[in-house]
Design a protein around this ligand. Structure first.
Ligand SMILES: C[S@@+](CC[C@H](N)C(=O)[O-])C[C@H]1O[C@@H](n2cnc3c(N)ncnc32)[C@H](O)[C@@H]1O
Length: 170
């Protein structure tokens, strides 16, 4: 089984759960940090086409795929989560899925997400974690969040994955 097929349920569930927590309204500006190939942003655009959507990822190769797979007006930019190339208060929602294990300093990345979020904006993050209570990466991020929910899903093939979904209001 291909790895992406194995993880398909997890990816679909995390995107669905993030989208459900964004309280989407016409015209909102939303940043996806570590957007990968842009699947979450395309899902949001399908729900509310007036959203102003920006995806940031450190990998130019991944962004090429994101642009190729996207037909609507979503902006994709190369950049580092540790130093987001946006002014303070630029976005009304910031989302981040499955990034924190890849960055050198997850708390710095979360601090940057808060910086670029407008006052009153929501930051919604989700990440996988084998053992949520013992994971240093997750522990650092989770202690900075206002709300946290932990889930567990069965992957195709039988393995389970634990993940958490968190939210904070700036
Ligand atoms: C596991 S993928 C998650 C992609 C997407 N968010 C998702 O949930 O399907 C992690 C993504 O983070 C990106 N990434 C890794 N380090 C990064 C950094 N320092 N700044 C921005 N993006 C980064 C990778 O290029 C990759 O696309």
């Amino acid at each position: 089984m291909r790895n992406e097929d194995r993880w398909a349920v997890y990816v679909d569930e995390t995107q669905r759960e993030i989208a459900a927590r964004l309280n989407l309204k016409s015209g909102l500006s939303i940043l996806d940090v570590g957007c990968g190939t842009g699947a979450l942003l395309r899902r949001l655009a399908a729900v509310e086409p007036t959203l102003r959507l920006t995806g940031l990822d450190v990998s130019p190769a991944v962004l090429r795929i994101a642009r190729f797979e996207t037909s609507g007006p979503i902006t994709f930019l190369a950049g580092d989560a540790d130093a987001l190339p946006f002014a303070d208060g630029s976005f009304e929602r910031v989302v981040c899925a499955n990034l924190f294990h890849y960055v050198g300093d997850p708390v710095q990345a979360l601090t940057e997400m808060k910086r670029v979020a407008r006052a009153g904006a929501e930051v919604v993050v989700a990440d996988w974690c084998d053992v949520p209570d013992a994971c240093l990466v997750c522990g650092k991020v989770r202690s900075a969040l206002d709300e946290i929910e932990i889930r567990s899903y069965e992957l195709s093939g039988g393995d389970r994955v634990n993940w958490y979904l968190g939210r904070l209001v700036v």
